[in-house]
Design a protein around this ligand. Structure first.
Ligand code: ZN
Length: 420
């Protein structure tokens, strides 16, 4: 693969005016995270702004030039003071302790979804093996049938040394792929999915929110709690496969760009993790970027399931979803609403409640506000008006069609599953 297509030079040639989200962060020593008073903390704040590829490219290049100059000056200083090494070393540490914290800029979430603008880059990435590919039959996120920005599309990151991606799980605990374009390296920290509960407790103890907060775990705290941490270097050209639910945090040790996206292997463990995360998000009023009900019906429609455990979980979700749709429709009819059929269009995105951000599957409670049609879930609609007077109720898939999909979704243990 030709990764030079993602170098800052190529990006400049392709789309200099393209948007780049910037996170302004404080530069930390590689092993630690401090607050303004120099105390260790899990809080990791950054401020958000926007720039363009060309402007960030200029910053990245200047930062490199500046660092080169600094290194040369340091070298000169050490050679002249070599005889006096000890006091010099001590003085430097004192200087650093009193120096104001340096800031740096991280160019993040650069959207490479536009297939005409980024054609050569996307064609290059399609060379990757199917289990890592953005679009593949063996990738659950492909079966959504619509775009979820940054999940089933590519995002690019532009870094200088010290740029940090705070600790997180991917949306709905999906797996992800991350390629370091180089030339510099990144350092990764990762904790397996099984420890997410322990980490969440540590987060609460340290005053940060696991789901919504921005945090950088203290390694000593993790070791003390017997939580294993994988720590490794991602060199230029290295691909990292982040398993589903893995908690990870990353810092650049050199100047580099990265590209990343999510994948959903067709396995029971991935499906279960995603479902659990969807439920957890619901309880915490946090939006799930992957609409799991919609995805489950798509899986039932598109995939030949060969794994009994995955099949059973999918079937259970279908049953609950079908029963829920029936219940919601019955309620709407009981207050005298006529349900209007409104089939999905190709590539139509999944719907979310405008109030509580839950996925609204199949039965949409629509309110017209300022000539815009606003979707609500049944609960929020009822809270607004128990008789649903102002709402229009739309149904996207008929009960006959849902029943048909349910009936045709069978376990095929002796056949070959999706071909990767
Ligand atoms: Zn709602």
């Amino acid at each position: 693969m030709d990764l030079s297509l993602f170098s800052t030079k190529s990006l400049m040639e392709t789309a200099p005016e393209h948007d780049v989200e910037v996170r302004t962060q404080y530069k930390m020593p590689p092993d630690a995270n401090f607050d303004q008073l120099g105390e260790p903390t899990w809080h990791f704040e950054s401020t958000r702004s926007f720039t363009t590829v060309a402007k960030y490219a200029q910053y990245q290049a200047q930062s490199f030039q500046h660092s080169l100059k600094e290194e040369q000056e340091k070298l000169r200083a050490t050679s002249t003071k070599q005889a006096d090494y000890e006091p010099f070393g001590k003085r430097r540490r004192d200087d650093e302790a009193t120096m104001p914290m340096r800031q740096l800029k991280f160019g993040t979430n650069v959207d490479l979804s536009d297939e005409s603008k980024w054609r050569s880059q996307l064609v290059e990435l399609a060379k990757i093996p199917a289990f890592c590919r953005i679009v593949a039959g063996c990738n659950l996120l492909t079966h959504l049938g619509h775009t979820v920005l940054g999940m089933n599309t590519v995002q690019l990151y532009m870094k200088v040394p010290g740029c940090r991606t705070p600790a997180h799980q991917e949306n709905n605990s999906f797996a992800s792929i991350n390629i370091n374009i180089g030339p510099g390296e990144c350092e990764w920290f990762a904790v397996p999915y099984e420890y997410w509960g322990s980490i969440r407790q540590l987060c609460a103890k340290r005053g940060v929110n696991f789901l919504k907060g921005s945090w950088w775990p203290g390694l000593d705290d993790l070791y003390e709690a017997n939580i294993p941490v994988y720590r490794f270097t991602q060199k230029a050209g290295d691909l990292v496969y982040v398993g589903g639910g893995c908690i990870h945090w990353v810092q650049a040790t050199g100047w580099c760009n990265n590209v990343a996206w999510n994948v959903g292997p067709v396995t029971s463990s991935q499906y279960e993790m995603a479902l659990r995360s969807h439920e957890w998000n619901r309880l915490k009023s946090y939006k799930s970027l992957v609409p799991m009900q919609h995805l489950t019906w798509q899986i039932a429609k598109n995939l030949r399931l060969t794994n009994a455990r995955l099949f059973e979980h999918v079937r259970q979700t279908l049953i609950r979803s079908l029963a829920y749709c029936r219940m919601v429709a019955d309620y709407a009819e009981s207050v005298g609403k006529q349900i209007k059929l409104h089939p999905r269009t190709k590539g139509e995105v999944a719907h979310y409640c405008n109030t509580c951000e839950i996925e609204v599957f199949n039965l949409l409670f629509v309110l017209e506000q300022n000539h815009k049609f606003i979707v609500h879930c049944v609960d929020c609609a009822r809270r607004t008006d128990a008789q649903l007077t102002a709402f229009v109720v739309l149904q996207q898939i008929t009960f006959e069609e849902l029943s048909q999909i349910f009936d045709s979704c069978q376990l095929n243990p002796h056949k070959q599953g999706v071909i990767c």
